[in-house]
Design a protein around this ligand. Structure first.
Ligand SMILES: Cc1ncc(COP(=O)(O)O)c(C=O)c1O
Length: 397
């Protein structure tokens, strides 16, 4: 057992109360709780519509479908992301065009996108990832943000906000910015439903398509079919849809988590601020590059990059941290290094210099609400000890 695990969920609100209500209701799958979760989530993100689904991957898939991505199309996606952001492009029979990211933030930038558009004018959809909980530069005062660039070039935008709830950019909530936004409620995310996701949009047409495809392409809600007092069994299927609905048991957990979303976010911010301050003077580590105020960040991850000054490699560092009883993680092995994408698209590391540099040294430190100040002091002390011990070894070897 690790003394300080990498992630730990905090379920000490109304989770049990709401789950019990579902268990006692006689109806366990999608119904009133999921509907309520959608309403409240739309309210919190300022989006007009929200669709609860069983994962962010499902939301991304439905989003690309609703944006009309077809076989043979090309879709931009950052190289530094989880495989789900790229695999959904393949679900549609389309092909990913991987883009490099900024060193330090792992975010796609307007400058990188601008250059990519010039090289690939045929691309009509972008997936942008709000890495670690920090929103990419969608909007800026010069009207040269990612969204403006996309609008000028006829590109639709799907935001992968798996890490980014609650997060905002210049006061505007992530979820109400681009054409479609997808959130994850996987077990280690900022709020969780165990497994689950949400798609938000302000576009009614997209919403209707997503609702239809989320449940087999059936033209009416299953809940409606089973609970309506009129004897109406009949439904029709108007498209070959998927089975992506969120069950009420998961939505019940989500409702309780949503009530505490800002409290949980603030606790993560405190952890991040501790690390930022305690590691500021360490020249061998590059801290996350921040473009938004701490309050606008969801703080899902705290990735640091061990740089050329580090006395240990990233892998040795992770082993030493585990020996000290501390869990860490890596976000991510970039898309261009994953066998399937590398071989299928002949991707070369040299085309993604920043993602490569990040990958060589990146390691994510524990960040979650339950970490005490003693825990944090122990993490930082262990990091310093590993660096010091290894430097001595290097000098004496
Ligand atoms: C950037 C990103 N996108 C998508 C996903 C997929 O989320 P889910 O597990 O809810 O399908 C993840 C999961 O960690 C992620 O990190």
């Amino acid at each position: 057992m690790l003394k300080i695990p990498y992630a730990k969920v905090s379920c000490d609100g109304n989770e049990l109360v709401y789950v019990k209500e579902v268990l006692e209701s006689g109806w366990l799958t999608t119904a009133g709780k999921a509907q309520r979760f959608e309403e409240l989530f739309a309210e919190k993100t300022g989006a007009q519509f929200a669709c609860a689904v069983n994962s962010c991957t499902a939301a991304l898939h439905l989003g690309l479908d609703a944006l009309g991505v077809a076989p043979g199309d090309k879709v931009f996606v950052p190289a530094m992301t989880f495989t789900a952001s790229a695999e959904v492009i393949r679900y549609m029979g389309a092909d990913p065009i991987c883009l490099d990211v900024e060193y330090g933030s792992s975010l796609l930038t307007p400058a990188i996108l601008k250059e990519a558009i010039a090289r690939h004018p045929e691309v009509k959809v972008l997936i942008v990832v709000h890495f670690g909980g920090q929103a990419a530069e969608m909007l800026n005062v010069r009207q040269e943000g990612i969204l403006a660039l996309c609008r000028q070039n006829g590109i639709r935008v799907l935001e992968d906000a798996a890490h980014a709830f609650p997060a905002s950019l210049n006061g505007q909530m992530v979820g109400s910015i681009g054409d479609v936004t997808c959130f994850s409620f996987y077990a280690n995310k900022t709020i969780t439903t165990g497994e689950g996701g949400m798609l938000t949009t302000n576009d009614e047409e997209i919403y209707q398509r997503v609702k239809l495809m989320r449940l087999h392409g059936i033209n009416r809600d299953v809940w409606d079919r089973f609970t309506s007092d009129k004897p109406s069994w009949e439904y029709d299927v108007v498209a070959p849809g998927y089975k992506y609905n969120m069950p009420d048991i998961n939505a019940a957990i989500g409702l309780a988590q949503l009530e505490r979303a800002y409290e949980l976010r603030a606790a993560r911010q405190q952890v991040a601020e501790y690390y930022l301050s305690a590691l500021k003077s360490c020249s061998w580590v590059d801290l996350p590059k921040l473009h938004v105020a701490a309050e606008e960040h969801a703080w899902h991850l705290f990735p640091v990059i061990l740089n050329e000054g580090s006395s240990v490699s990233r892998n040795v560092f992770i082993e030493e941290m585990a020996r000290a009883g501390i869990g860490t993680s890596v976000h991510y092995k970039p898309i261009h290094r994953l066998k399937y994408y590398r071989d299928t698209y002949a991707l070369r590391p040299g085309d993604y210099p920043n993602a490569e540099r990040i990958w060589q040294g990146t390691v994510s430190l524990p960040i979650y609400p339950g970490l005490s100040s003693d825990d944090l002091a122990y993490v930082v002390e262990s990091i310093r000890k590993i660096q010091a011990r290894k430097s001595v070894n290097l000098l004496t070897n």
